[in-house]
Design a protein around this ligand. Structure first.
Ligand code: SAH
Ligand code: SF4
Ligand code: F3S
Length: 467
């Protein structure tokens, strides 16, 4: 089977004309049609939902922020951990009530969960009111699948394993007019033994550089101030293109686009992050001085069992190389507690790694077995209680470190982008390194760059005033 399917522009045009056909169909029914899109999981999924909204807008739907009374409900799901899946099943279950009150409602489930056979089966058998289910590889075909449901009335399930696609030209309705996501690649080839992503998202495939650069240019012209390049492992960008380009090159190209914006990217896999990347980060003035570099475990034995292909030592060396070039870089990471077979001593190595690195922030997860992954079959003798005690210990120590690192900001002034208003009426802003600041100030400043003098701090945020 060919691993990457490039969708021809004519095929997307066909999907767009199907959108118009659906619009005509809906126009025959009274009232404005409303769609509710509910997104779970990572930024990749957020970016996908913006394209699904693009299609829906073209079909004539307006957007609603609740499932109640919506004509179409679309759940874009995540399969990364059990908890994420349970939330989706809970919410799909609750839709039986809204559907009873509104039998015309069309319920769609897409995204990473939809690509898992056991999930598709369960949706088919136990949730008869779910109308349309399709995996992430078929996002580009959403209009056609929806039309099939609307015309024939039968449930549509398109969840089998098909080659990963790259499709350009799908309309986008963005959720924010200051910050934007730009997917630069899809899928993953790394097969970390705990992770479901390669199974549900397919093999790694890169968008062509000219398409990415055109999208960023458009965003910069539209006044976007914060642009994040997305991929499961951005450092392997371009390997499948045979153009002799890599991620560091792409960053330089994006940096050369005129505009007053900051460039972020995620995620970087430590096995592929390089000094060349750090040099480019240091040199490019638009590239944010921050890096999300997941380490997952502080034990080289566990890293091997996770198939991460780096060691504790080589990871720490990478951090040294980065800090040699960007001394005040904001460093964040992901870590898993309780990987099957992780001993108490190995967990302590994770504790000592965070002590050594001192991350600004950490995303901590307890291992969650995923169907079909190698780690699911490993022996897992550590009791649950011990894992959660370890998790709490890690969290608590990291919170102290984050709080200490935030204290170092107090009394200094930072450039920041004002991006919204919090519940307390104060403005929220982000430093170029990505730290949150609560600011006093006028709402009219949203979307502008300011200098903020930091007057206080907590574990999670900084407090300041505009100078
Ligand atoms: N591609 C990114 C990660 C995407 S998933 C990367 O390689 O860094 C985000 C995070 O979820 C991972 O970094 C990992 O820490 C966590 N994660 C993934 N699978 C998990 C599982 N089965 N159980 C617990 N955490 C998991
Ligand atoms: Fe999952 Fe590993 Fe790929 Fe990240 S790099 S998406 S953790 S398999
Ligand atoms: Fe979840 Fe899929 Fe992202 S599994 S984390 S939504 S790639």
């Amino acid at each position: 089977m060919k691993e990457t399917l490039t969708i021809a522009p004519a095929e997307i045009d066909r999907q767009l004309s199907i959108c118009d056909q659906i619009r005509q169909l809906l126009d025959r029914r009274p009232g404005q049609k409303k769609a509710f899109v509910d997104t779970y999981g990572c930024q990749q999924n957020e970016a996908d939902s913006e394209r699904l909204r693009g299609y829906l807008a073209r079909m004539g739907y307006e957007f609603s922020d609740t499932e109640e009374g919506a004509d179409l409900v679309l759940l874009n799901t995540c399969a990364i951990r059990e908890h994420a899946e349970q939330r989706v099943f809970g919410n799909v279950g609750a839709l039986s009530h809204t559907k009873r009150r509104h039998p015309e409602q069309v319920i769609c489930v897409c995204g990473c969960m939809a690509r898992q056979d056991h999930v598709a089966k369960r949706l088919k058998q136990s949730f008869p009111y779910v109308d349309l289910v399709f995996g992430p590889q078929l996002l580009w075909q959403f209009p056609e699948l929806l039309l099939r449901k609307l015309e024939k009335g039968k449930r549509v399930f398109e969840t089998e394993d098909v080659p990963g696609s790259v499709a350009e030209g799908i309309p986008v309705v963005r959720q924010n007019n200051i910050k934007a996501w730009v997917s630069i690649m899809y899928g993953c080839n790394n097969f970390c033994t705990y992770c479901i992503v390669p199974y549900v998202r397919g093999r790694e495939r890169s968008r062509r550089p000219e398409d990415i650069l055109a999208e960023v240019r458009e965003l910069a012209q539209a006044g976007y101030k914060d642009i994040t390049l997305l991929g499961q492992n951005v450092n392997s960008y371009g390997k499948d293109l045979d153009l002799g380009v890599d991620f560091a090159w792409l960053l330089e190209q994006v940096n050369d686009i005129p505009g007053d914006f900051v460039i972020r990217f995620m995620t970087s896999h430590p096995k592929d992050a390089s000094e060349r990347l750090f040099d480019v980060m240091a040199k490019c003035e638009k590239v944010a001085p921050c890096l999300h570099l997941p380490f997952q475990s502080g034990s080289s034995r566990v890293l091997k069992a996770m198939n991460r292909r780096y060691t504790r030592e080589s990871y720490l060396e990478l951090v040294r190389q980065l800090r040699a070039r960007i001394p005040d870089v904001v460093l964040t990471s992901d870590v898993i507690v309780g990987f099957p077979g992780e001993t108490q001593e190995e967990f302590e190595e994770t504790m000592s790694l965070i002590e050594e690195v001192r991350y600004d922030a950490l995303f901590t997860f307890v291992f969650s077995p995923r169907k079909g992954t190698p780690a699911e079959k490993l022996e897992d003798p550590m009791p649950k209680e011990q894992k959660s005690a370890n998790f709490q210990k890690l969290l608590q120590r990291q919170n102290e470190i984050s709080g200490e690192k935030h204290k170092e900001y107090v009394g200094k002034t930072y450039r920041c982008l004002v991006d919204g208003v919090g519940a307390d009426g104060r403005l929220s802003a982000r430093t170029t390194g990505g730290r949150l600041i609560h600011l006093e100030g006028d709402e009219a400043l949203i979307g502008t760059w300011q200098q903020a003098h930091i007057t206080g701090s907590s574990t999670w945020a900084l407090f300041g005033e505009i100078v």
